[in-house]
Design a protein around this ligand. Structure first.
Ligand SMILES: [Zn+2]
Length: 114
């Protein structure tokens, strides 16, 4: 399952960020997830919970902020939001737009307890 490997890399990033810090508990980990990343937020949260059990991250919550994908038309250069269904330009109807964002998966914040 794709979500498990994504959850693994999130945990790896968090571990690196925490390396050398004192052992405060992690409360929340916030990630930005593009709608084109092909990851189901609920599955990702579930995988995260399963993988962090018994580690320093146990009990922390993964918060997924979904970021809409942005695309630019190759014909008229209009920029628009992309979802799974609309892969054509909203202005001129040309297909195959250039994807500007929407595939990202990024840890944006780690919230520590005391
Ligand atoms: Zn267009």
């Amino acid at each position: 399952m794709h979500e498990i490997s994504v959850a693994r890399s999130i945990i790896e990033i968090v571990r690196q960020q925490l390396a050398g810090t004192s052992d405060g508990d992690v409360k929340v980990v916030r990630v930005r997830l593009g709608t084109l990343a092909g990851v189901v937020p609920e599955s990702l949260e579930f995988s995260y919970g399963a993988l962090t059990a018994g580690t320093r991250l146990e009990g922390s919550r993964l918060e997924v902020l979904t970021v809409p994908a942005q695309a630019r038309c190759r014909n008229c250069l209009a920029e628009f939001e992309l979802d799974e269904e609309t892969f054509t330009c909203i202005a001129c109807g040309t297909g195959g737009p250039e994807i500007l964002s929407g595939r990202e998966m990024q840890v944006v914040e780690i919230e520590l307890g005391e």
